[in-house]
Design a protein around this ligand. Structure first.
Ligand SMILES: NC(=O)c1ccc[n+]([C@@H]2O[C@H](COP(=O)([O-])OP(=O)(O)OC[C@H]3O[C@@H](n4cnc5c(N)ncnc54)[C@H](OP(=O)(O)O)[C@@H]3O)[C@@H](O)[C@H]2O)c1
Length: 288
């Protein structure tokens, strides 16, 4: 039986990136829908679950994407609530690449560092990617500093992570200048820069002025980069004694996670793939 991936995208035009990955992952047919919201998705889910017999439902799966991550989360929840009993298909959520990017970043960190107990700082921790990076690091028992330009947002981000990881060591910090970002990063073993595209945290030469940093990952691929000393293509490149990764350096693993995750949707009808599940896949692929 042919596999069908149903792409539910909250943007008007479904993401070409997600469409290409779906085909490369081997979906025989891709049904792409744009302009999806939690309010208009249930009919499409019913169309997916009421057509094939239960034993064949593993050949149909749903992918939730789009640039608006919070709307994607609402759609993802609504899709799952529309399932009942055996009437369900596997589903994955990766709006704006948030889950695959964060899981690839933390699995990459795990390649180099034993994460339990380390001090880690996430710059831009309030965005969808940074928040997930912070959550995964907390899950790995790292001591995590979450940085935002405002104290309230940093504290709110910590609360979101704490709701998922109740025993986590989390420190909210507000900073808005390169001097304050540098002061926060000093003596932290791991830095993950997850700020908005084109936002710079540490200027050129900044890494060499920091003490105690072992690994730095910058997920921003749009110049100016988040950490000016890191190039987007850096992959385990040592600079000033720090192992560095840029967005493209992490991107290879991210792409593998995305592709293999889509493939795995067709292995049974019960997969629900979001941050935690994709992290398990990322560490398996990374062999760490
Ligand atoms: N490689 C990939 O495939 C891939 C995929 C997805 C995302 N990304 C990259 O990952 C990064 C994070 O993505 P995202 O969607 O989570 O980002 P985002 O939501 O656009 O931004 C993340 C955070 O950056 C902070 N920020 C915004 N403007 C700032 C400024 N002028 N100064 C300092 N901080 C600022 C904001 O925090 P506060 O307002 O709380 O300060 C915001 O919550 C982006 O660079 C994105 O391009 C890469």
């Amino acid at each position: 039986m042919k596999t069908i991936l149903i792409q539910l995208d909250t943007d008007t035009s479904p993401s070409t990136f997600d469409r290409v990955v779906a085909i490369d992952a081997g979906a025989d047919h891709l049904f792409s829908y744009g302009g999806i919201a939690a309010e208009n998705v249930v009919g499409l889910v019913h169309g997916a679950i009421f057509t094939r017999g239960v034993p064949d439902l593993k050949h149909t799966a749903i992918f939730v994407g789009g640039s608006q991550v919070s709307e994607g989360e609402r759609v993802f929840d609504t899709v799952q609530k529309a399932f009942f009993g055996p009437m369900r298909v596997s589903v994955m959520m990766d709006s704006n690449g948030c889950n695959t990017t964060a899981t690839a970043a933390v699995a990459t960190a795990r390649k180099h560092l034993s994460l339990a107990g380390i001090s880690a700082v996430v710059l831009g921790a309030t965005g969808p990617v940074g928040l997930r990076v912070a959550q995964l690091l907390a899950m790995e028992q790292a001591r995590v500093t979450l940085v935002s330009r405002t104290e309230d947002r940093a504290a709110a981000a910590c609360q979101v992570v704490r709701d998922e990881e109740p025993g986590a060591y989390l420190r909210p910090v507000a900073a808005a200048t390169s001097e304050s970002f540098a002061a926060i990063c000093d003596q932290q073993q791991l830095i993950v820069a997850a700020g908005a595209a084109g936002i710079s945290f540490l200027p050129a030469g900044g890494l060499s002025r920091l003490n105690g940093v072992r690994l730095a990952i910058d997920l921003n691929a749009v110049p100016p980069l988040g950490i000016a000393d890191i190039s987007a293509a850096d992959k385990a490149m040592e600079k000033s004694g720090v192992i560095c990764y840029g967005a493209l350096g992490v991107g290879g693993l991210k792409m593998k996670v995305h592709r293999q995750a889509v493939q795995s949707l067709f292995e049974d009808q019960n997969r629900v793939l979001a941050c935690r599940e994709l992290y398990q896949l990322a560490i398996r692929i990374a062999g760490v």
